[in-house]
Design a protein around this ligand. Structure first.
Ligand code: PLP
Length: 389
């Protein structure tokens, strides 16, 4: 495979070599079922519990509060469905307009089944109004479910304050921390968060392994019934991937205060803003993940930019999704009040710890030339590119 400059770490991350090293022998030799009582099974159970301990340490909670699942989406669905099952008379959910599709699609489905969904707006920086959040919670609200870090802009919601509000209102909270887990220090044992979702493939573990934190003081109703995971999730555990997730969690903890990624992202952004006229940062620049930069380039279609950047070996994401041949501007940027043009002119660059100074230099070399080329190709009458930020 040709070498690429990978700036799409919010989509997924490469496996850490240490993760692969623990997974391969388990896939080859460690095939015991953790529920079996023979030696191979007992060894597998030990591996499973060690991994649970490692993930719990990163989350700052007890081992028994970690449930292994197959993906972040499953964790989110399990938490939401569990909260609804605890009190079937409560049929109202509070969420936000900028959630991941895993939450949005489930809420749409629940709305069709008679649940009432309040989707809170955000301001032009992607921030939530906490007074509006408090006012939206009613006696029949079963759950508040929202992101910690937005996958498109990296903007952080103030979860500790939100957790206090939701607790005061005697409602359950689920936090989609799929992008925040392993990037922000967590001490869940010291918070009042009932449910929190995380996913392995965002922190250099394999795809298809994830976790749901379930506060031990909270009632839980399983989504997949069976005997595994203490009766909380049926299905034989994906042992090799779970062991890899444990190692990835240890590595994330070791790197959590490393400022290298923040320095690369900031240097990248400063370069883009000073070199490319009509380039703007999308979202709150203060309360944001250290690795994410969502930029709009005035007068440029992000799909075209993505294709040209891909040809030059640079991987990033567009602020829009192409479905059935038509381009939909990102719902996150639209919720921030952006015009279709600005939303369609946006690209997300997300750094990870396997990037290098060379990747930064390559991005700073390639992106301005691609934007210039696309602007030169734009038909007469396209929006005028003004100099400045
Ligand atoms: N939530 C957020 C914020 C995400 O970014 C993602 C994945 O991109 C998910 C949920 C879904 O996670 P998974 O791909 O593990 O199902």
């Amino acid at each position: 495979m040709r070498s690429v400059t990978y700036l799409d770490n919010n989509a997924t991350t490469q496996l850490a070599p240490e993760v692969l090293d623990v997974m391969v022998p388990l896939l080859r030799d460690g095939y015991g079922n953790p529920s079996s009582i023979h030696e191979l099974g007992r060894n597998a159970a030990k591996v499973l519990e060690e991994a649970r301990g490692r993930v719990a340490t990163l989350a700052g909670c007890r081992e028994e509060e970690i449930l292994f699942t197959s993906c972040g989406t499953e964790s989110i669905h399990t938490a939401i469905q569990s909260a609804l099952a605890i009190d079937p008379d409560k049929r109202h959910i509070v969420t936000t307009a900028v959630e991941h599709s895993a939450t949005i699609r489930l809420c749409e489905h629940l709305a069709q089944r008679g649940y009432e969904i309040t989707s809170l707006p955000v301001d032009s920086s992607g921030r939530l109004d906490l007074e509006q959040l408090a006012a939206a919670i009613r006696p029949d609200t079963a759950l508040v479910t929202l992101l910690w870090a937005n996958n498109e802009t990296g903007v952080l919601f103030p979860i500790p304050e939100i957790a206090e509000i939701v607790k005061r209102k005697k409602t359950l909270l689920h936090v989609d921390a799929v992008q925040a887990f392993g990037k922000l220090p967590l001490a869940l044992g010291e918070t009042d968060i009932p449910f929190l979702s995380a996913s392995g493939h965002k922190i250099h573990a394999a795809k298809g392994v994830a976790a749901l934190y379930i506060n031990r003081r909270v009632k839980f109703v399983p989504l997949l019934r069976g005997s595994q995971e203490n009766g909380r999730r049926g299905g034989t555990q994906n042992l090799a991937s779970i062991a890899g997730f444990g190692v990835a969690a240890d590595l994330a903890r070791q790197h959590i205060n490393n400022r290298q990624i923040l320095e690369w992202r900031n240097a990248f952004e400063e370069n883009m803003l000073s070199v490319i006229p009509g380039c703007r940062v999308n979202g709150d620049r203060t309360n944001r993940l250290a690795n994410t930069s969502n930029l709009s380039f005035e007068g440029v279609e992000s799909e075209g930019a993505l294709i040209l950047l891909d040809k030059k070996g640079l991987c990033c994401s567009a602020g829009s999704a192409c479905t059935s041949g038509s381009i939909h501007p990102s719902h996150v940027l639209k919720a921030m009040g952006f015009s279709n043009e600005r939303a369609r002119a946006s690209l997300r660059f997300s750094f990870g710890r396997y990037n290098s100074q060379g990747d930064l230099a390559r991005a700073c070399e390639v992106i301005p030339s691609v934007i210039e080329k696309l602007r030169a190709l734009a038909p007469a009458g396209s929006p005028v590119i003004r100099a400045g930020k």
